[in-house]
Ligand binder design. Sequence first.
Ligand SMILES: Cc1ncc(C[n+]2csc(CCOP(=O)(O)OP(=O)(O)O)c2C)c(N)n1
Length: 577
Amino acid sequence: MPGNVAQLFVETLKAAGVERIWGLPGDSLNAFTDALRRDGSLQWMHMRHEESAAFAAGAEAELTGRLAVVAGSCGPGNLHFINGLFDAHRSRVPVLAIASHIPLAEIGSGYFQETHPQELFRECSVYSELVSDASQLPWVLETAMRTALERRGVAVVVVPGDVFFQEAPDRRPSAPIRAASSHVVPAESELEAAAGILNAAKRVTILAGAGVAGAHAEVIALAERLKAPIVHALRGKPYIEHDNPYDVGMTGLLGFASGYRAMAKCDALLMLGTDFPYRQFFPEKASIVQVDIRGEQLGRRTPIDAGLVGDVRSTAAALLPLLTGERSDKHLKDAVKHYTRTRRELDELADNDGRRPMHPQYVARLVDEMAATDAVITADVGTPTVWAARYLRMTGRRMLLGSFVHGSMANAMPQALGAAAAAPGRQVVALAGDGGLAMLMGDLLSVTQNDLPVKIVVFNNGSLNFVELEMKAAGIVNFGTGLRNPNFADVATAVGITGIRVEHPDELEDALRRAFAVPGPALVDVVVARDELSIPPAITAAQAKGFTLWALRTVMSGRGDELLDLADVNIVRRIFG
Ligand SMILES: Cc1ncc(C[n+]2csc(CCOP(=O)(O)OP(=O)(O)O)c2C)c(N)n1
């Protein structure tokens, strides 16, 4: 039996198959880190900022589907987790946060470093409890771990430093804690009601989200029977875009016209495992059938006509035999044709036309072409996510990670660390923004500290570019968005990472080849155009007006030269009509 509470934690985590802990030590965590040291079988992933640790753990959890763990010290130590934990929680991935606390007897006294972590983390967790006596164990720990796995989210266990040293209670252990696997199928009557709606429709479109993971064949079979184009939300991309003749691209703010159009033109929309949040992209007149494993998500984005609670794989398989009748493939053909054209237009924007600074699309395209077919690619919030969404092709073995629900900057590099630790031997590429990389740049040191061979490609546009775009769409002159950057390749070199700077597009291919070939980590700092427009798929009248206003105001404020730099004249023409 384990001796003290800290050792009980270590034993329970090991039994559950946990392999590593991401974190940063501190006085109140000493018993725990000492238990790790004595045991020696769990890897301590030493990070420089707890937020990065939480992003890394979230990526590990998303990639493996298994519980990932972070540990941080009391007060400011674990408070630093919060943004990364929010991200993991909103992405619905199982992460356990061990938050050590001030001495038990001091809670409530306004003691040095006092916070109330179980309250602070309440909003970003499925479970958050304080252990104030060893007798609560192992129940609290086990419940936390199971809740994180079964409800998919973050569980927080708060332990005062002195409680870690208490003697652990003696109880026979439960079976190791793992996610249970089950099939959830809607009742027959509900399947029939949904099939009735789909059978009556002439033009069905499928919208696929992250819930289609593991259901590729079943979703394709539905599309085939329904003659339905498949649009995906960003988190559905790695699971459904590949090997998919029904694919018509993505919708949403980062998507492109064909995805938007296939949704706008349908008379029935079948939503599969998606909580796609932007109401303005849903069709106004179509009937809507929604399938989700979480009943509470039904109808929360758009009114629906039938809501089914089930996992997509089982539900799609159960629905298929109920879909009867011949259906014209006109809608499908039309959507696919439009997609082919849109795709070609997008690809044309990603050429090397010799322009300096180069088009960021070209960088994304080359990464796509040169990265391994099973690479894990992470993308920073900001324009790297736009380029990843548009130019990375999924293969069924590639994975794309980002902060796609929480939408936090600075996610790509620490997520890459999490992926590299969880999947040794697999290529991991981070597409970083210059703002994003700088935000958690201290953890470049964690790349070498933990020997993680990540490849970081920086879209160095000298700005908080996505915000500039938002300002333009709102008719506001850019302000507060310029970045005075260092040469990031030099920074990388200084911390022991192969650093390569690329200013000319002709040098990019060689640079990426070199970076991908070196056995260790590498950073490629690519200077890209600042004024590339990543416009949404359907630009509203208000946005068009916004762009016009921005143009006028920019000229009037004496910064009209910005306009002359606009990269793609055709796009501008399209915006201004
Ligand atoms: C933590 C955080 N702060 C601010 C924002 C608002 N925001 C969204 S994208 C963005 C710009 C990102 O800049 P960068 O990483 O350089 O990428 P770029 O868009 O320039 O390619 C900002 C400030 C955010 N999403 N998250």
